[in-house]
Design a protein around this ligand. Structure first.
Ligand code: ADP
Length: 592
């Protein structure tokens, strides 16, 4: 919609008022001038009549019409005035312009009627005799005190009045036009000088609208100045509030961004209102690009999609675990809470996502551990029970056979013992690690390696395995000597167990920057790649039967892992099936 400009709204009515007042002034001025002119001429004509009165009266008593007429004509010519003498009967006896005998009775003329009533008469009208507009005045002429004998009339044509009025009109009109132009220009200037600061204020307000909340110029006019000041005040307040809002928003964003949990707000049309960095990372999304887009399009996971639909429809707090694949499988715990506006209307739902993959894995591991431990213990127990029952119920068993049975029972008891030893050892390390009770002391890693090799040497010799050891002379480090020895023995024992006869095991130890690095490499059966990630879990074994046969508990590497963790270190394995395995222990020389 195009709105008229201020100048177009103010200027035309202003000009109209100006022209109308000018026209009224012109009308009033010419009317006043005409009246003034007529009044002046009336007075003039009357005084002329009074001057003539004394010359006319003697020629009326007795009446001398010829002389009167000559007197009228002579005086009329010299004074440029029409002079007429009319008897009380109405008969004209002398006239400066006409032959009185030819003139009709004047008794009904208005000025004559007024004069006959004893007043001075006046009339303005068209004269047929002179064919002109005339102003007539008439005075009564008395004989003695009050005997009316005649009326003396003086008149002049109004041609000069018309002429003067026309001249006045022309002058006034020219002056009016000039004044109008001047007033027009002045009003234009006034309107512009009002509009200019308003235009500047408009530009200032536009700048405010565009977010540039600096000061707008303050005009000089009081009203506009207070408006501009009020707007500046408003802009200042606005800036303060925007600043507060931005500050609060930043604070909120910082809180949301630093949250480990993913947070996303979704409107009832399933569009993303906002999401924090954690949520974007979990679902591999761009937080900026995702805003305003449909969540179902963004996250193509049917469990999550169903959860969002339920959360938006039910408006109650829900909690669910969903499995999400992004490179690897992850378990996300999602819960919602409805979003409300200040009027308590539901405006969507807020979803909080927790990556519980580790937690759930740990829970599963714990469950598995209990199941595995029970299973591991039950197997030898069942065997022991079976043989004990046989021995108990069957007295006819030959001594040779019962000896064999007892040997089996003993082996399984040893196995049970080994499992319980390892379990106790694990829980002890865990407890000491948690309570920070591990006895760290400065010792030589090379020394401990020598001891561990000596412990395993007997078993290695049985298989004719050569243990090749390379290390610097001394490698001092802060450690729990007994635990580190136990870790090394476990790895070396495995290396011997899973190595072929007549092979070699290489052991290396060195200092790498702030760390101690120990490598134990065998040339045995190796470990298939898929088993490597789970190798350090409790009771995890690549080949259960083989491990049992070798007297393994499935806890050796789990113990190694815990010992290394207690030393703020790591253990890792690389292996090629059929070629051999390499286990690396790495831990800092001094405690961090
Ligand atoms: P175990 O008591 O059965 O040896 P560990 O925890 O020490 O239990 O080892 C777990 C499993 O890892 C073993 O059962 C075995 O399958 C595999 N393993 C460990 N060390 C080696 C190695 N040097 N060569 C091949 N397999 C190994």
């Amino acid at each position: 919609m195009t709105r008229p400009k201020l100048i177009r709204q103010i200027f035309p009515p202003y000009l109209l008022v100006l022209v109308l007042s000018l026209l009224s002034f012109l009308g009033y001025a010419s009317y006043s001038f005409r009246n003034f002119y007529l009044d002046q001429n009336t007075l003039e004509l009357l005084s002329r009549a009074r001057l003539l009165e004394n010359q006319v009266l003697p020629l009326l008593l007795p009446l001398q019409p010829e002389k009167l007429d000559i007197l009228c004509k002579t005086l009329g010519k010299t004074s440029s005035t029409r002079i007429t003498v009319i008897l009380s009967s109405g008969k004209v006896v002398g006239d400066s312009e006409e032959n009185p005998d030819k003139m009709e009775s004047h008794s009904t003329r208005q000025e004559i009627l007024e004069a006959k009533q004893g007043r001075t008469g006046r009339s303005i009208r068209y004269s047929r005799t002179l064919e002109n507009n005339m102003i007539y005045t008439a005075i009564p002429l008395y004989q003695g005190e009050n005997k009316l004998v005649a009326v003396l009339r003086t008149a002049i044509p109004l041609t000069s009045l018309d002429h003067q009025l026309t001249t006045l009109w022309v002058h006034l009109t020219i002056a009016g036009i000039l004044v109008s132009l001047l007033a027009g220009a002045l009003s234009l200037w006034i309107v512009k000088s009002i509009a200019r600061p308003m235009e500047e204020m408009k530009a200032g307000a536009m700048r405010f609208a565009q977010g540039q909340l600096g000061k707008m110029p303050v005009p000089e006019t009081e009203e506009l100045a207070s408006l501009a000041e009020a707007m500046n005040e408003m802009a200042k307040e606005l800036e303060k509030r925007i600043h507060t809002i931005i500050h609060q928003k930043n604070e909120l964003e910082t809180v949301l961004a630093s949250m480990v949990e993913g947070v996303m707000a979704i409107d009832p049309a399933e569009r993303v209102l906002s999401m924090n960095a954690s949520a974007a990372k979990m679902f591999e999304l761009d937080p900026e690009e995702s805003c305003g887009r449909n969540i179902q399009e963004l996250i193509r996971n049917s469990a999550f999609q169903k959860f969002i639909i339920k959360a938006l429809v039910n408006l109650e707090i829900l909690q669910e675990d969903i499995t999400f694949y992004a490179g690897e499988e992850r378990i996300l715990s999602v819960r919602n809470s409805p979003l409300h506006d200040p009027g308590n209307h539901v405006t969507g739902t807020l979803v909080v996502i927790d990556d519980v993959t580790k937690l759930r894995r740990l829970e599963n591991m714990r469950k598995d551990f209990v199941a595995n431990a029970s299973h591991e213990i039950r197997t030898p127990l069942t065997t022991i029970k079976g043989f004990v029952e046989t021995l108990y119920h069957d007295p006819s068993i030959e001594p040779d056979q019962s000896k064999r049975f007892l040997e089996i029972i003993l082996r399984h008891v040893d196995r049970l013992n080994a499992i319980i030893e390892d379990l106790l050892s694990l829980s002890k390390i865990e407890r000491e690690k948690e309570n920070e009770e591990i006895a760290f002391s400065k010792d030589d890693v090379v020394d401990i390696l020598h001891t561990a090799i000596t412990i395993c040497q007997g078993k290695a010799d049985e298989k004719n395995i050569h243990i090749d050891f390379h290390a610097s002379e001394v490698l001092p480090a802060l450690m729990d000597k007994t635990l580190l020895e136990q870790a090394l023995v476990n790895i070396l024992d495995n290396a011997v167990n899973y190595s072929h006869e007549n092979s070699t095991i290489e052991v290396e130890a060195e200092g790498v920057e702030a760390d101690i690095m120990i490598r134990i490499r065998d040339h045995g059966i190796g470990i298939p790649k898929e088993h490597l990630p789970r190798l350090f879990e409790r009771f995890y074994r690549v080949d259960k039967a083989r491990s049992r046969k070798l007297g393994g508990t499935g806890l050796g590497l789990a113990i190694v892992k815990h010992i290394m963790e207690a030393h703020k270190g790591t253990v890792s394995a690389v292996s090629t099936p059929g070629k051999g395995s390499e286990f690396t222990l790495q831990f800092p020389r001094t405690r961090l």
